[in-house]
Design a binder for this molecule. Structure first.
Ligand SMILES: *[C@@H]1O[C@H](CO)[C@@H](O)[C@H](O)[C@H]1NC(C)=O
Ligand SMILES: *[C@@H]1O[C@H](CO)[C@@H](O)[C@H](O)[C@H]1NC(C)=O
Ligand SMILES: *[C@@H]1O[C@H](CO)[C@@H](O)[C@H](O)[C@H]1NC(C)=O
Ligand SMILES: *[C@@H]1O[C@H](CO)[C@@H](O)[C@H](O)[C@H]1NC(C)=O
Ligand SMILES: *[C@@H]1O[C@H](CO)[C@@H](O)[C@H](O)[C@H]1NC(C)=O
Length: 415
C-alpha cells in the first residue's frame, strides 16, 4: 500500500557504517525455549493441514482466503513438505497453482485494482512448490511471473516516463539509482508508486529462481532490486513500504512483510552472490526488524501486528495474516545460515515465542484453530486467516526441531 508522505531521507553514509548486531534474546520474551518435541510439532502441522487442504475450491483458492492469502498459504504448505521430505500437500499445492494459472494466466487478470504484488507472490508460491516437489510446470509458472514483472522493473536504461505515461521516473533519488524498483500498479503508466510488497517479493523470487536454475539474469535482477531496497527503503531498522519513483517521497506505512520478503530474498542472495555485504546487511536487518515495536510487543516478544481487537480478528481485513511473511523470511535466513549461531539462536528463540503464544494463548489445545491475534483469546470458530498466520510458524517450528535434533546442518535447496 502506498501513501505519499515524505519522510526525511537517510544519508547514504549511514548505510555503510557497520553496526554490530545485537542477537541477545531479551530477558522478557515469553517462552523462547522449545517445548513441543518433533513428533508433537508434526501433529500440529498435520492438524492445521487437515483444516486447510479440504477448503481448496474450483477457483484454485482456499475458501475464505483472498488471492494473495492463498498464495501465501501455498508457500507455507510447500515449505512444510520440503522440511518434512514429504508430499502431503503436493496435490493441493499443484492443483491450486494449475487452476489459478489456467483461469488467470497473468494472475492480475480482472482484479481491481490490478497490482503487481500478486504475480510476485504467486511466483514465489510456484518457486517454493518447485523447490519442494521438483515439478517443472511450477518452475515455468515462476519464470513466467518473473518475465511479466520485468515489464514494470526500472532498469538503468528504462526510458523515462513509463511506456505511454507522461510523468518522469527519477533516475536517481538521494544520489542512488532507482534501478531495481518494480511498479506496484501495472496498468497505470502515471502511477510512480514502487513498494516493498512488489519489489522485495520480486527480489526474493529472482533470488530463489537463481538458486534453482543458476540462470544469471535472475541473479542480476535480485542484485539490482536488493540494492534498490537497501539504498532507498531501509530506514536503519526496517524496510519501509514504498517510494514514489517520480518525486522520491517515501511511504510512512509500517508493515512487517516488507522486511519479511527482503530477509527471505537476501538469505538466498547473500550465499548465491558470494558478496558479504549482503550477509552483513541481512544480519543487521534481522536484529532490528525482529524487535521492532510497531509489530513486536516489547514486553513479551509476541507479534501483535494485524488484528488488534477481537472484532478485527474475526473479519478478514488487510494485514490480518501477513505477519506470516516475516516468520517465513526468518526461517529461510535461519536454515540457510545455521553456522551463524548467534543469529540462528535469536531467530529460533523468536519463532519459538510465537509458537508458544499460538499454543498457549491463541488456541484451545488440540483444536487446531488459531486466532490471528497471537496474544489471544482463542477463536470461537475456525478463521481461515488465523490458520494462514499460524501456518508459517508451525511449519518453521518443525524445521527448528529438525535442526536442533541433528548433528549436521540441513542442506539448503540446490544452489
Ligand atoms: C531426535 O531424533 C531421534 C531419532 O531420530 C528421535 O527418537 C527423537 O525423538 C528426536 N528428539 C526430538 C526432541 O525431536
Ligand atoms: C510428514 O511425513 C510423514 C511421512 O511421510 C507423513 O506421514 C506426514 O503426514 C507428514 N507430515 C506433514 C505435516 O507433512
Ligand atoms: C473460492 O473461495 C474464494 C475465497 O473465499 C471465493 O472468493 C471464490 O468465490 C470461491 N470460488 C468458488 C467457485 O466457490
Ligand atoms: C520530463 O523530463 C524531460 C527531460 O528532462 C523534461 O523536459 C520534462 O519537462 C519532464 N516532464 C515532467 C512532467 O516533469
Ligand atoms: C557487493 O554489494 C554491495 C552492495 O550492493 C556493492 O556495493 C558492492 O559493489 C558489491 N561487491 C561486489 C564485489 O560485487
Amino acid at each position: 500500500m502506498i501513501r505519499q508522505i515524505t519522510l526525511p531521507l537517510i544519508p547514504l553514509s549511514l548505510l555503510s557504517v557497520v553496526i554490530a548486531q545485537n542477537f541477545e534474546i531479551p530477558s522478557n520474551w515469553r517462552k523462547p525455549t522449545p517445548t513441543p518435541n518433533r513428533l508433537d510439532r508434526l501433529t500440529l502441522v498435520d492438524g492445521l493441514l487437515n483444516t486447510v487442504s479440504r477448503t481448496l475450491n474450483s477457483s484454485g483458492l482456499f475458501s475464505g482466503l483472498t488471492n494473495t492469502q492463498t498464495a501465501n498459504m501455498l508457500c507455507a504448505l510447500a515449505i512444510g513438505d520440503y522440511i518434512n521430505s514429504s508430499t502431503t500437500s503436493k496435490d493441493v499445492v499443484l492443483n491450486s497453482l494449475d487452476t489459478m494459472f489456467k483461469l488467470i494466466p497473468d494472475i492480475i487478470g480482472s482484479e481491481v485494482p490490478k497490482v503487481n504484488s500478486d504475480p510476485a507472490i504467486w511466483g514465489l508460491a510456484a518457486i517454493y512448490a518447485y523447490t519442494a516437489y521438483r515439478d517443472q510446470v511450477s518452475l515455468q509458472y515462476a519464470q513466467s511471473m518473473w518475465t511479466q514483472l520485468t515489464k514494470d522493473l526500472v532498469t538503468a536504461t528504462t526510458s523515462s516516463p513509463r511506456p505511454s505515461g507522461t510523468l518522469n521516473i527519477s533516475a536517481t533519488c538521494n544520489d542512488a539509482s532507482t534501478a531495481g524498483a518494480v511498479f506496484f500498479i501495472p496498468d497505470d503508466p502515471n502511477n510512480m508508486g514502487v513498494n516493498g510488497e512488489t519489489t522485495a517479493a520480486f527480489m526474493a523470487l529472482s533470488a530463489h529462481l537463481y538458486a534453482q536454475t543458476l540462470i544469471p539474469q535472475y541473479l542480476s535482477a535480485a542484485t539490482l532490486s536488493a540494492d534498490f531496497i537497501i539504498n532507498h527503503l531501509y530506514d536503519g531498522k526496517i524496510i519501509l513500504d514504498g517510494m514514489d519513483a517520480g518525486s522520491c517521497s517515501l511511504s510512512s506505512t509500517l508493515v512487517s512483510y516488507n522486511s519479511g520478503f527482503t530477509i527471505d530474498g537476501l538469505s538466498v542472495l547473500a550465499p548465491a552472490s558470494g558478496n558479504s555485504s549482503y550477509s552483513s546487511f541481512l544480519s543487521k536487518l534481522i536484529s532490528t526488524a525482529v524487535v521492532y515495536p510497531h509489530w513486536t510487543n516489547t514486553a513479551n516478544g509476541v507479534i501483535i501486528e494485524g488484528p488488534e481487537d477481537e472484532n478485527s480478528a474475526t473479519s478478514n481485513g488487510f494485514g490480518v495474516a501477513l505477519k506470516a511473511i516475516l516468520i517465513r523470511g526468518l526461517y529461510q535466513a535461519y536454515m540457510r545460515n545455521l553456522d551463524n549461531t548467534d543469529q540462528a539462536d535469536f531467530i529460533r528463540g523468536f519463532i519459538t515465542v510465537q509458537l508458544n503464544a499460538l499454543l498457549d494463548l491463541a488456541s484451545v489445545t488440540g483444536s487446531n484453530q488459531y486466532s490471528p491475534r497471537w496474544e489471544g483469546p482463542p477463536p470461537k470458530a475456525l478463521l481461515p486467516w488465523g490458520q494462514l498466520a499460524a501456518a508459517d510458524v508451525l511449519v518453521a517450528a518443525l524445521g527448528l526441531a529438525d535442526a536442533r535434533n541433528s548433528s549436521a546442518s540441513p542442506s539448503p535447496p540446490v544452489n
